[in-house]
Design a binder for this molecule. Sequence first.
Ligand SMILES: *Cc1c(COP(=O)(O)O)cnc(C)c1O
Length: 364
Amino acid sequence: MNGGGMIDFEIHRNPQPVTATEREALLVNPGFGRVFTDHMATIRYVEGKGWYDARIEPRAPIPMDPATAVLHYAQEIFEGLKAYRRADGQLGLFRADANARRFVESAKRMAMAPLPEELFLDSIRQLVDVDRDWTPSSPEASLYLRPFQIASEVFLGVRPAREYLYVLIASPVGPYFSGGLKPVTLWVSDEYTRAAPGGTGAAKCGGNYAAGLAAQAQAMELGCDQVVYLDAVHRRFIDELGGMNIFFVGRDGNLVTPELNGSILPGITRSSIMTLARAQGRDVSERPVSIEEWREGARSGEIVETFACGTAAVLTPIGVVKSAEGEFTLGDGGTGPVTEGLRQSLVDIQYGRAPDNYGWTTVI
Ligand SMILES: *Cc1c(COP(=O)(O)O)cnc(C)c1O
């Protein structure tokens, strides 16, 4: 059962699923991360035995001993991806193989047993199939999938755990922004950083998010929506937002995004945008961008748009940037045409409205 060998999922159907009428009511306006499906997938790992006991089972609380390692030392990783209701009524996954690969990389960084990619993908296909009726069909809605892995060993010593639990849950979500694209206001944190060289910035782990909440709270107190982080060494170059990568659009229509320096999460949306922008004939470069370059570029008109990107919100225009040195506006503070166009190209592929020339889509 170890390594890449396949395990069959035992399927235990929920004996008391939500009724079709209740479900339809919940799908009208699900918001984000508040409504959950009837089932979850779980797989266990023990050192020496490998991954075993793969199940699709009724969604339920996870009983846990108070000395379970994850509760103390935060050995935890997660992923985020979506199943989309396509024009023909089928369900599509977008680049799930890239999530599977990144999950392995995150596991390695956190000294956790990596889940074989095929097992990760199988869990996704099986859960989406069992809970397929939970995928909303309203525009820009989707079934958000949240795989995560925790150190489940009951032990207070400080060393990598020898037991892990992988869980996949699913949550129908509405459009991230109800009422259309709204540009966000960012706070440039001068107090906090997100990731340091040698740290965990490139891993998708809950600890990075916990460490960012104080900065997020500060941003909100200052009337901003999100934090944009500067690099930890020079406190000068733009890394990314708390949970989204960033792109700058030049006057010439070309794109720049910070290079993956080990402190930036390698976003799958980021990588997809790079491909789509190049297909539109744009030049895309990965290089450090300083806060001065951004501020001066916005003022001179050299930088005409800036957007953030990630699976949850797709592409989010950035309207205003506030910092201790004052604030600046991107373009007219609205949604620029390059941001809008790239967003449209991406969601059209995700929802099966445009041909996928890249093999990004899996239909379930
Ligand atoms: C998940 C995440 C992103 C976006 O990654 P996608 O694969 O595009 O969803 C960006 N930054 C951070 C810190 C993240 O956790």
